[in-house]
Write a new protein. Sequence first.
Length: 476
Amino acid sequence: MRNKLSKLLLLLALVSSLTFGPARAAGPTGADGLADPLFPLLGNGGYDALHYTLDLKPAMEQESLSGTVTMEARATQDLAAFNLDFAGFTIRQLTVNDAPAQYTRSTHELTITPAKPLKMGDTFTTAITYDGSPETSSVDGIETGWRWYNNGSFAANEPAGAAGWFPVNDHPLDKASYTFRVTVAKPYVVAANGLLKNTIDNGDTTTYLWEESKPMASYLATVDIARYTMQTDKSPGGVAIRNYFPEGMAPEETQMYSRTREMIDFFSSIYGPYPFDVYGVVIADTELGFALETQTLSLFGRTRSANRRVGQIAPEEVVAHELSHQWFGDSVSLKSWEDIWLNEGFATYSQFLWLEHVSGKDALDSRMRGIYRLLDTQRGTGETGRPDVQTLFDTNLIYLRGSLVLHALRMHVGDETFFNIMRTYADRFRYSNANTADFIKVANEVSGQDLTSFFQTWLFDSKLPAIPEIGLSPSA
């Protein structure tokens, strides 16, 4: 996510319980969290989600949502009960393997007791029918999750908004494929992750069927609804592009996205092949104050002007930032939220690499020197490789210093080795998860050097290190 957030409010504190039906059965149960260092109760243990089918019917005027979500999963242990993350809504029906199941609810935790216990290795299907209004979570005053606006709605979930609109194992460690079957009143159009497989005319309504076959973290799932016009394109290398623009969006407003086709091939040349079947952007017809790298379909707000800048950053760089996340964040996802620099530091440096590509090495050198001086002047506290909840999206600590880590690495090992490190990392952890230790291991292996001390000073010491190769050192 490219934004100016500097702190993250703790989203999901467990408080008093509301109970529905009998208490859970005795026996082995899946963990109610994945022990994430920052959000220990996000996600759930005991099973591996394989596929979600979201059959949704948004009521745009009423700003409500009804539907059935089906999760196909495999038990990784014996289970008398297991959890999903799910906040709000009224549950109308809940089954496991087509048999009614008991359940309890406690804030965002939905604990399910199937009629018949599950054995390790069993595949099983959980179906939940519900209705109500989506619940949003606040990130420094910006709501995440499913949001409504005058002419539409969108879903932006980072880090834990997905559980506010569908039941899910809400942590990047448990990625799954997705089907979205969304029915809306005409003339609304639905954009979602992956490929549009079918559009069904029901008379007064239209059903849109989207499929994302590649593994996806739940925070990257999106459903975007408005009166959209779809525009298609293709990168010179053959990657299909579909963009969803609000009706009446002027050409000068879409100009900032016009070089996406070139960006895809540029990043493919330095990071390896584009990891998904399709790419594009979707524009919510409202101001957002952020953009998000939702998988295969990055989400932006309407800027109203092709010349609008985000601080000192040109809009085209923000487009490059979100696109590069398809490699780093979407294909290679985090093992824990404290590894966030692997997403945001990488995407920030990627936008600077695009700047270098179009404007030359001097432009990159000027940008990186400016960032170094800024960080030297605004000496903050914290560790880029180990942020806390309040600094998870800190611009200086995560985005800028994260990008500087990579630039310093490039200066230290040279261009050929640096880009080999980046390609190896992207390929080795393609469609899976990685942490900082994994990246350091790849860097050591590819460079043939022990870079442990280098990464220690850049990621786990608050003092700004020198970059002697280009004559940069912190002031006294």
